[in-house]
Design a protein around this ligand. Structure first.
Ligand code: GLN
Length: 485
């Protein structure tokens, strides 16, 4: 038995039932693989805690004789957690020196719900510092390596999550997505990543980056597992005032049901197939669209005319919110307080010493955000960006009156070499296709759709109207299992 060989949670549960592997053996194998791995995917491995939870699962399994799937749909499943989500008593760094010694005093809702369903938070995963980046090269704990191509990036900012799932260091992982941080790394590493509707998953316990954009979502080896995790994790939470009261649908049932092909209209935005997209990406995505058409779906050309402003709008809105959110790291309430700060003679020197703990990308964004919000400029930048954000949302409303889903590429390119993208603007442009969904608050996912000539994975991007995750999962799974039916 190798932890890599299981494609779904269901397969693991069957193996538990048939005593092919026990929960403790499985946990040990994942721990062992994680410890030996060279990917730098983990910042913290929760060894003791994992062993303890796996051994309780083992006891329960021995008593019951069979996996109690109904009560614990994630029974004994090792899940990696991005290091910007809190777990009681566990270090939570956000891959920043600023939080190097921060031990969270509570568990956030998403993680708590997964553990209540039997999942085991095996450790905390590396990421771009405070989730700012697209390659996981901005971590204060070193870059994460692509799971199959160690000279390449896994994408970011949830690069640790993608590498850990892709390399078999955990069965599934949680990521967070503010402008593409679940979908971009999922597409770069050939796994499934879902960014839910804004408000579907509680942000309680997620360290805030851009609060009006951030969402937690699953990163898995199969669409089915993403659905299982969403069933457990989604739904209203009184601890997050932006969490929606819209009830969860049964995501697993939706994922496993065949789409009504004849009634399905897939929108293909003309703005998504333009110069600048790698030809292999273009080719694979078009081939996926053709597959859908062969199944009976209708492809309709649509237009999202404001797409082209989305990166500019995002880099005003996200950095403005970030500058406000990150003000709490002042060395008094939160944040490492270096000795030099305590020796400071005045407040300004004190702050300078404390806030020098931030890495260069985080500093750049705090400065940009502070500028965009400053008096005399906020109307010209922040307010204007919010107005254009509204136009982007209206583009989607208009598009969804003509189609049920929108399909296109996740990213213009496949995974690039470590260090290859030095210009921050060029890095920002990788998110051109993923950012609009965050600005509009709609659900979107990446599902593997092929490889380029070097064998690097390519992701198909599916976007749906708010709260239509079920539709996304169903259409994504049909494609994922196309060879098997
Ligand atoms: N790459 C984008 C950024 O750097 C998105 C990050 C994210 O979704 N957390 O902001």
């Amino acid at each position: 038995m190798a932890s890599h060989s299981f494609k779904t949670i269901r397969e693991i549960h069957d193996a538990f039932d048939r005593k092919i592997v026990s929960p403790t053996e499985l946990a040990d194998e994942y721990l062992d693989t994680a410890k030996k791995s060279k990917h730098n995917a983990f910042i913290t491995i929760c060894e003791e805690r994992t062993k303890k939870l796996a051994s309780s699962a083992q006891d329960l399994l021995s008593r019951e004789g069979k996996v109690p799937r109904k009560k614990f749909p994630l029974f004994g499943i090792p899940i990696g957690i991005k290091d910007n989500m809190t777990m009681d008593g566990v270090r939570t760094t956000c891959a920043s020196k600023m939080l190097d010694n921060y031990i969270a005093p509570y568990t956030g809702t998403a993680v708590a719900r997964l553990e209540a369903a039997g999942g085991i938070g095996i450790g905390k995963l590396n990421m771009d510092e405070f989730a700012m980046g697209g390659s996981t090269e901005n971590s204060a704990y070193g870059p994460v390596l692509h799971p199959q191509f160690p000279d390449r990036v896994p994408g970011g900012s949830s690069g640790g999550s993608a590498a850990a799932v892709g390399a078999g260091l955990c069965m599934a992982a949680l990521g967070s997505d503010t402008g593409g941080s679940i979908r971009l790394p999922a597409s770069f590493t050939g796994i499934v990543g879902l960014k839910p509707t804004y408000g579907r998953v509680s942000r309680y316990g997620l360290v805030a980056f851009g609060s009006s954009l951030d969402q937690i979502g699953p990163m898995t080896r199969s669409v089915e597992d993403a659905a299982v995790i969403m069933n457990m994790m989604g739904g209203h939470d009184p601890m997050d005032s932006t969490s929606s009261p819209t009830p969860n649908e049964d995501f697993l049932k939706a994922a496993l049901s065949e789409p009504h092909w004849k009634n399905l209209k897939i929108g293909v935005p003309k703005e998504y197939f333009v110069k600048g997209i790698a030809s292999d990406v273009d080719h694979s995505v078009r081939a996926a669209l053709q597959w859908y058409e062969k199944k009976g779906a209708h492809l309709v050309e649509i237009s999202l005319p404001h797409t082209h402003f989305s990166v500019a709008v995002y880099y005003i809105v996200a950095v403005s919110e970030a500058s406000s959110n990150l003000a709490r790291y002042d060395g008094v309430r939160f944040g490492v307080r270096p000795e030099a700060a305590d020796q400071a003679q005045d407040l300004e020197t004190f702050y300078k010493k404390v806030r020098s703990n931030f890495g260069p990308e985080v500093k750049r964004r705090i400065i940009l955000g502070t500028f965009a919000l400053s008096s005399g400029y906020s109307d010209a930048y922040y307010k204007r960006a919010c107005q254009v954000r509204h136009l982007i949302k209206k583009d989607f409303d208009a598009a969804f009156s003509k189609c049920d889903l929108i399909a296109g590429p996740v990213s213009p390119t496949t995974a690039f070499k470590l260090g290859a993208v030095q210009d921050p603007l060029q890095m920002y442009l990788n998110d051109i296709f993923t950012i609009p969904a965050n600005l509009a608050g709609i659900p979107a996912m990446s599902v593997p759709c092929g490889h380029d000539k070097d064998g690097l994975p390519i992701g198909l991007h599916l976007q749906a109207p708010a709260f239509a995750e079920g539709r996304l999962l169903s259409v994504a799974r049909a494609f994922e299992t196309r060879g098997t039916s």
